[in-house]
Design a protein around this ligand. Structure first.
Ligand code: 1GP
Length: 240
């Protein structure tokens, strides 16, 4: 099954984010075991800094679980042909051409040769109450969280331009997750799947955003800090 079909399948889904620079290999193995037990649907791998060990991290993950592994690259230095799929992120909330198309041009021949499944993704950064790595590194401004109309229009434009997935991002470690009303409005105005991440660190927040219409939520920092949180958050995704 293609990773995209998994994301687009009906029902609530949970992805975890593993940043190779933030977790040791033993910690990654523990995380993956826990992900297996809690029914995690997808493992995203990526981060803001260059990781020399991205290939080996993906191999470790794949050797310890059967959950699809999807690249979530912070830069072209985080590509790998070991993963099952690639979120080809276009940072459509920003106006930095490198993150809209420039890096994609540089990476396209490598991506084509690697034969990896490509998922074109409209990546929308919304203000989460603090300056996150993605804002700083991409040198773009997030959309203010109360400008729901701008977030919705950005998501609509992404779909019209051919993106197959929308990722609403408050940024890793965001103080405030994407507001539920923003998730709901975006969901009502697009027909492609919706992923939501950034600052989701409790069952209640996960539940709120899934109830609002997120097809898949992404959790990173919470489980980096306390792996036992994964079980709690996963309950919000329990298949009804
Ligand atoms: C970051 O959306 C992901 O790109 C996950 O965010 O680390 O805050 O869970 P957190």
């Amino acid at each position: 099954m293609l990773c995209y079909d998994k994301i687009a399948a009906p029902g609530r889904k949970l992805a975890i984010l593993i940043d190779p620079e933030k977790l040791s290999i033993p910690a990654i193995i523990s995380t993956v075991f826990s992900a297996n037990e809690t029914g995690v649907d997808l493992v995203l791998v990526g981060g803001s800094l260059v990781s020399a060990k991205i290939d080996s991290v993906i191999e470790v993950i794949k050797n310890n679980c059967r959950i699809p592994v999807v690249l979530f690259p912070g830069s072209i230095m985080q590509l790998s042909n070991k993963a099952d799929a690639l979120l080809l992120l276009s940072l459509v909330s920003g106006r930095n051409p490198d993150y809209l198309i420039g890096n994609h041009v540089l990476a396209a021949p490598y991506i084509r040769r690697s034969n990896i499944e490509v998922i074109p993704t409209g990546y929308i950064l919304v203000d989460g109450g603090n300056v996150t790595s993605v804002e700083y590194v991409s040198n773009t401004r997030p959309i203010p969280a109360d400008k729901t109309d701008l977030v919705v229009a950005t998501a609509m434009a992404s779909e019209m331009m051919g993106q197959k997935l929308i990722y609403l991002e408050a940024g890793s470690g965001a103080l405030k997750h994407i507001p539920a009303n923003v998730v709901a409005e975006v969901k009502q105005n697009i027909s492609i799947p919706l992923m939501v991440g950034g600052g989701i660190n409790t069952y209640d927040k996960a539940r709120l955003l899934l109830d609002a219409g997120a097809d898949m939520i992404v959790v990173g920092t919470a489980i980096e800090q306390n792996l036992s949180k994964l079980g709690q958050i996963a309950k919000a995704v329990a298949k009804y």
